[in-house]
Design a protein around this ligand. Structure first.
Ligand SMILES: *[C@@H]1O[C@H](CO)[C@@H](O)[C@H](O)[C@H]1NC(C)=O
Ligand SMILES: *[C@@H]1O[C@H](CO)[C@@H](O)[C@H](O)[C@H]1NC(C)=O
Ligand SMILES: *[C@@H]1O[C@H](CO)[C@@H](O)[C@H](O)[C@H]1NC(C)=O
Ligand SMILES: *[C@H]1O[C@H](CO)[C@@H](O)[C@H](O)[C@H]1NC(C)=O
Length: 672
């Protein structure tokens, strides 16, 4: 009787990937499956058929040096808390038997190896090796990342593109981003990120054991996305030039960043800012199977002295001064991950804030979260992790002081500006979803409050600053200053108006536009000044920069000052992308996209047009110079390599302005 041995093991990749919702990872060499659900392998035996009376098979599953050894049984009953392996007794092919391997819903994620041993009449046969990557399973009720609706799983786990929101709430800018989970090598790099982490390097066994908990994994990833205390992915830079790396505004997706990090042997990629950190973290979490979304908080406070107050100082001419360490970023971007919080009292499950941008140390390293969004809303600031910090980011008050030297000339307070608007991408649509109400008990306010600001003085002067509409590139920025004398005397007042460009997280730069005048107001009189800033005056701040506009009113009698200020951005023009034959796009068939652009500026522009699309194409073209009002139409061919809804992005980096014009188009590639 020839002895029984295993000739070959078939990982049944296409069947397993389909069942585990990992089909888009088919370019990965290893099998990719989710915990808490069985996958099937089939054996090719040689020598003789399998005899269930005398033969048995055992499987050893290994994660690093941790392992579990289990017999292959004939019972289909699996357990959500233990590893199990079984053969289906029905329809068992004795030369090519199938084995189902089922992991617990609380298994650690990572790259596993397994070995098969055949025992025939007590003798152990040859071992055979295989590998699989095990991810979290948001489809499995017992998994701590279970999220109930299929459209949520498709968006927050499977979607490989999305939008990041920037600008101001009045003029929301949606930046397309390619998460690139399915690009070659990205899955492996995301798993290696866990291997490179200090937690793993310090104690492999403990790290592997902890990797069953999304709370632990997400905190490790939040620290590893920045490179402050470890060999993390991205180096942050917020000022100066980016010549020795990539300007954070120029990245279009996570794939290039993760690839560059892995190819350099895990040295930090230059450079990131908040939305880049957050978007790369979102990629890693989605790859690991933990539902994740990118969130923007507008007017995000960074309170350096824990008093929940942000202080701002202005000169009597309305120029913002750089005197305070506290800061307000016009927007700040973090992620939320979905998980249960078994480490906390009930009620804190669901979305958790994680912030990979290095701002403050938490437990000695630059990381932040997971902080339950519910804890932020209900001010449970004693809960882990980092709830007070995130609470201040969305709730601090602003104190504005007008100074002449050391003398305080005016003071006003704003309790509504910080965290005024918090949003993420809507499920299944290319638009935003307002999630402010998840973070705050929102008081109802007038809908115009984001377009105007008002201030009053103790002696009865009132000033309002109103933008007439959201500013658009190529059109004058029009605004009104309303001044009211609420008293019974004639008033002479000086009016100072000042516009400064600013980066989203910084104090304003030099004044680029100003005007000064004087007006007289009769008792109880109200005057409205109409003002405009012309395109030629603001063109240098179109795009990613913002404008800080301030009005200072000076009572020439009492010398008292009153200030109102408003920040806005000027919506840049968009690139338009059209696809020929939009409904008939199939993999491996050539398609044409047409990118069009009209120059809205008052001077000629030229630039480099870049078109990218994960699983579609990658290319760069030099654009000819365009006269004001002139347009260009550029055709591009591409060949999709897989089915699904994919994002085609175009960006035009203008060479004579510090500005990038963007556009995107979602393309549905029919699955073969
Ligand atoms: C991803 O988001 C885009 C834009 O909202 C949408 O068109 C697409 O269907 C989504 N893809 C998946 C897999 O849900
Ligand atoms: C966002 O949602 C909050 C809370 O529901 C609401 O008060 C606020 O007006 C909304 N903001 C916008 C700009 O829609
Ligand atoms: C672009 O930005 C750089 C650095 O901030 C500055 O030196 C340069 O003058 C700017 N160029 C234009 C055309 O605005
Ligand atoms: C406006 O007029 C009243 C009465 O004429 C005077 O008392 C008051 O000081 C004036 N305005 C302001 C801003 O104080």
């Amino acid at each position: 009787l020839a002895d029984l041995s295993i000739k070959n093991v078939n990982l049944e990749k296409s069947e397993n990937l389909g069942k585990h919702r990992t089909e888009d990872f088919s370019s990965s060499k290893a099998l990719v499956v989710r915990r808490g659900a069985p996958f099937r392998i089939s054996l090719q035996l040689e020598g003789r058929p399998f005899n269930s009376k005398t033969d048995s098979i055992r499987i050893k599953v290994m994660l690093g040096r941790l392992y579990v050894m289990m017999p292959v049984t004939f019972s289909k009953k699996v357990s959500s808390s233990h590893w199990k392996a079984y053969m289906d007794p029905e329809g068992l092919d004795l030369m090519n038997p199938s084995i189902f391997i089922s992991s617990p819903a609380s298994a650690s994620v990572g790259c596993y190896r397994f070995q098969l041993y055949v025992f025939t009449e007590g003798k152990r046969g040859r071992r055979v090796f295989g590998k699989f990557n095990l991810l979290c399973n948001p489809w499995c009720r017992e998994d701590s990342v279970y999220i109930p609706f299929e459209d949520q799983r498709e968006e927050y786990v499977l979607n490989d593109s999305g939008l990041l929101f920037m600008g101001t709430p009045m003029n929301l800018v949606s930046r397309p981003w390619s998460f690139d989970q399915y690009e070659p090598g990205v899955l492996e790099t995301c798993l290696n990120l866990l291997q490179v982490s200090p937690q793993h390097q310090r104690n492999r066994r403990r790290d592997y054991l902890n990797r069953n908990k999304p709370v632990y994994i997400s905190r490790v990833v939040s620290a590893m996305i920045n490179s402050e205390d470890d060999r993390g992915v991205l180096k942050g830079k917020w000022a100066g030039n980016f010549k020795d790396g990539v300007n954070p505004s120029m990245w279009t997706g996570s794939g290039d960043i993760l690839r560059q990090w892995a190819e350099s042997g895990y040295s930090p990629v230059k450079y990131g800012q908040c939305w880049v950190f957050a978007a790369v973290m979102c990629t890693v979490m989605r790859v690991l199977g933990i539902p994740c979304r990118v969130v923007t908080n507008f007017n995000s406070a960074h309170d350096t002295n824990d008093n929940l107050v942000i202080e701002e100082f202005y000169s009597e001419q309305g120029q913002k001064l750089k005197l305070s360490k506290d800061s307000i970023w016009n927007f700040h971007v973090w992620v939320e991950c979905w998980m249960t919080r078994q480490d906390l009292a009930p009620g804190m499950d669901g979305w958790q804030v994680l912030d990979p941008t290095p701002q403050e140390r938490s437990g000695g390293v630059y990381c932040c979260g997971p902080a339950p969004v519910k804890a932020i809303k209900d001010r449970c600031i004693d809960l882990p992790f980092d709830v007070p910090f995130v609470y201040a980011e969305v709730n601090a008050d602003i104190h504005m002081t007008v100074l002449r030297g050391d003398q305080v000339l005016g003071f006003s307070k704003n309790t509504e500006k910080v965290g005024a608007f918090i949003c993420t991408k809507a499920i299944g649509y290319s638009r935003h979803q307002n999630i402010t109400g998840d973070y705050k008990h929102v008081k109802s306010r007038s809908p115009t409050s984001t377009l105007s600001s008002r201030s009053s003085s103790s002696s009865g002067m009132l000033v309002f600053l109103n933008l007439e509409k959201a500013p658009v590139a190529g059109e004058p920025v029009r605004f009104m200053v309303r001044i009211i004398n609420k008293t019974n005397a004639v008033k002479m007042m000086k009016v100072h108006l000042n516009a400064q460009a600013k980066e989203y997280n910084n104090s304003p730069l030099d004044t680029f536009w100003e005007t000064h005048g004087a007006i007289q107001l009769a008792p109880m009189e109200e005057k409205v000044l109409h003002q405009q800033i012309l395109p030629a005056e603001y063109e240098d701040v179109v795009g990613d920069d913002l404008v800080n506009l301030a009005v200072v009113l000076e009572d020439m009698g009492s010398r008292e000052l009153v200030l109102a200020s408003e920040e806005f951005n000027i919506v840049s023009p968009q690139l338009n992308i059209q696809i020929a034959d939009e409904d008939a796009i199939t993999p491996h068939k050539k398609q044409t996209a047409t990118v069009t652009f009209t120059n809205p500026f008052s001077h000629p522009v030229s630039g480099v047009l870049t078109v990218v699309g994960a699983r579609l194409l990658q290319g760069k073209l030099q654009m000819p110079p365009l006269i004001p009002g002139g347009g260009v139409k550029q055709s591009i061919t591409f060949v999709p390599t897989m089915g699904g809804t994919k994002m085609l992005q175009a960006s035009l980096s203008l060479t004579n302005m510090n500005s990038t014009i963007r556009g995107f188009k979602m393309i549905t590639v029919n699955r073969a």
